[in-house]
Design a protein around this ligand. Structure first.
Ligand SMILES: [Zn+2]
Length: 289
C-alpha cells in the first residue's frame, strides 16, 4: 500500500505528481475536471476538451488518473528492445511531461497491470478510485464509455462507475461524460451525441499527444489520427450548418447511469445502437415500399 497524504493507494508503484508543487491535498481539492483513463495518453485523447478548458485557467483545474502501468504497450522502432519494466518507466515519464506541458492540477498513476482489472471488479481499484472521486469534488468527470471497443477501457469504465455510484447524491458531478478513443462516436444519434470544442489550441493538442513518443515513434500515429478525427468531427457532424468549431471531440452523457444505480450499462449501450438502427431505418424505408 502506498500512503500519500490523504490517499492510500493499493500499489507500491502508484505515483502522484503535482506540476506546480502545491500539496496533494490542495491539488485534489481544487480539481474541477477529473478524467480517468486506462492507459498513458488516453487522457490527452479522450479528455482533451477539459484539459484545454483548464489550461492557464485559474478558475479550473484538471486532474488526470491513469489506471494501468504501461507494461503491455506495443513497441517497435526505437523502443523495440525495451523490456516491460523499461517501457513502464518511459510511459510514466511521458505522462509526467504531459502533465507539466498541459498545466494539469495533478496526475495520479495507479500502476495496475491490465490483467488485474480485466477479469472482473478489482476491489483495490474500486478503493483507489473511490478515494479519488471523494477527494476531488469535481463538477465534470470524463472517462471511457460502454461503446468503446478496447477491453481495458471497458474495465476502467465499470470500475469508475461503481466508485462514482458510491458517492452521495449531493456529491456527484454535474456532468459525467464518456469520451471516444477506440471506436469513434460519430454514428451516435444526435439525441445522445455531445459535441465538445477541442479546437481552441491545436498547438497544445499536438504537443500533448506528441509527448507520447514511445507510442508514435513506436508505430501508432495517434498524433495524426486523433487531430484529423477532431477536424472531421467539426466538419461532418452536421451537413446543414457551417462548422461551429475548428475541431471537435464527441462524448456520451453517462449521467443516467450514475443517477440510477440499478441501470445497466449494457442496456444503455444497446439503446444507443437501437437509436442508430431506428434512424437508419427511417431514412431508408420509404425508398423500399
Ligand atoms: Zn487506452
Amino acid at each position: 500500500m502506498m500512503t500519500l497524504t490523504n490517499l492510500s493507494l493499493a500499489n507500491e508503484g502508484a505515483d502522484i505528481f503535482v506540476p506546480d508543487g502545491v500539496s496533494i491535498e490542495e491539488a485534489l481539492k481544487r480539481t474541477t475536471h477529473l478524467a480517468v483513463g486506462a492507459h498513458h495518453d488516453d487522457l490527452e485523447i479522450a479528455a482533451y476538451p477539459a484539459i484545454e478548458h483548464c489550461f492557464e485557467n485559474c478558475a479550473a483545474w484538471f486532474a488526470g488518473v491513469v489506471v494501468t502501468d504501461g507494461r503491455g504497450s506495443s513497441r517497435t522502432g526505437p523502443y523495440e528492445k525495451c523490456t516491460d519494466e523499461e517501457i513502464r518507466q518511459i510511459r510514466r515519464r511521458e505522462q509526467i511531461r504531459a502533465a507539466m506541458l498541459g498545466d494539469y492540477g495533478i496526475v495520479i498513476q495507479l500502476d495496475y497491470r491490465s490483467s488485474e482489472i480485466k477479469g472482473g471488479i478489482n476491489g483495490s481499484l474500486i478503493s483507489d478510485l473511490k478515494q479519488i472521486v471523494e477527494a476531488v469534488e469535481a463538477s465534470e468527470v470524463i472517462s471511457h464509455q460502454p461503446l468503446d471497443r478496447h477491453p481495458t477501457h471497458i474495465a476502467v469504465f465499470y470500475h469508475l462507475l461503481e466508485a462514482m455510484r458510491s458517492l452521495p447524491a449531493n456529491r456527484r458531478p454535474d456532468s459525467f461524460l464518456g469520451a471516444e478513443v477506440w471506436g469513434k462516436l460519430d454514428w451516435l444519434s444526435s439525441t445522445q451525441k455531445m459535441t465538445l470544442n477541442s479546437g481552441r489550441r491545436e498547438h497544445l493538442a499536438q504537443a500533448l499527444i506528441g509527448v507520447f513518443d514511445s507510442q508514435i515513434a513506436g508505430g501508432k500515429r495517434y498524433d495524426l489520427g486523433e487531430i484529423g478525427h477532431r477536424h472531421a468531427n467539426a466538419t461532418f457532424g452536421d451537413s446543414h450548418s457551417i462548422d461551429e468549431f475548428t475541431q471537435a471531440s464527441l462524448a456520451l452523457d453517462l449521467s443516467d447511469l450514475l443517477n440510477d444505480p440499478s441501470a445497466s450499462a449494457c442496456e444503455f449501450a444497446l439503446d444507443a445502437v437501437d437509436r442508430f438502427r431506428g434512424e437508419t431505418k427511417q431514412r431508408l424505408i420509404d425508398w423500399e415500399r
